[in-house]
Design a protein around this ligand. Sequence first.
Ligand code: 2P0
Length: 342
Amino acid sequence: MKAFALAHPNIALVKYWGKRDFAYNLPGAGSLSLTLGGLSTRTCVEFDAALDADSLQLDGKAVESGGKLKRVSQFLDLVRERAGISQHARVISENDFPTGAGLASSASGFAALALAATTAAGLELSATELSILARRGSGSAARSLFGGYVEMNDGVYAIGEDGTKVATRSAEEASKAAYARQIAPAAHWDLRCVIAVTSAGEKDIGSTEGMVSTQNTSPYYEQWIASVPGDIERAAAAVAARDFAALAEVAEASCLRMHASAMGADPGIIYWNATTVALIHAVRKARAGGLPVFFTIDAGPQVKVFCPAEALDECRALLAGTQGVRQILEAHPGEGARLCGD
Ligand code: 2P0
């Protein structure tokens, strides 16, 4: 009743922001991401009849109470229900990168937890079933089950056996259709991601809270959601063709539209700091000067800059030379979640 799993975070090139259903954690739109090797979460789950509650240790510290423990415990309830077991579990999880600062730790965290917990509970789920389950923990986690370039469905349509699209009619049906799949393996295109950490603390407004506020109060939310399917199509075509300029255009547009929808909330949500903005301008200026780079930013102030492998040194120097950058992390296309030894 014990298993270890490893998963990488992922960065969305076309973003997910908003929820169509809370009970099933259905995304308001699809998304497209790259799984990031070089950054990892390693999680151990052990079900134990001697425990009278679930316990969580995160990065060496016991999490005694609060939202994080509750979120993990509710997720374990889904696994227990499916496996027909009632034991509580001991969960130990370690990130080798900063937690909660917009580096998608919930993506790698719930992907690793889904795989470790189902294995420890004796379940054998397909990759699609694991993706659906991981989504219940965190929307972006559904993507980290897979390596390389990944597309996430919004669940509005199910793909029939003959490949035709059938509209889903309830949240329960949509839940079975809202999963991720690999569109190209890691080896397809050696893009690098250089992450400029501009603030080390946990973000003020969590993703879920930010999404809820945006969809409840931003007049731009509907337009944001309507823009996503076209961006996914363009980004998927750019990945298939390894067209850096086309991917740069659509990824920056998706990022800025997502943040614009959040800034339009009441009160407006601003995840950026001065260094975030300085990096946006530095990246665009460098690209105008011929360096193949583009930026993307999630629900936090860190800036992720993509470049082809051969531009890595120049890209790193660009970020290191920008005032206010505290730390630089590097990632490359990574593999999907997998079981590992202790
Ligand atoms: C994404 N983000 O597509 C977007 C872009 C952040 C900005 O998915 O509420 O932690 O746990 O489902 O997955 C971060 O949100 O949100 C996220 P929940 P999640 O990567």
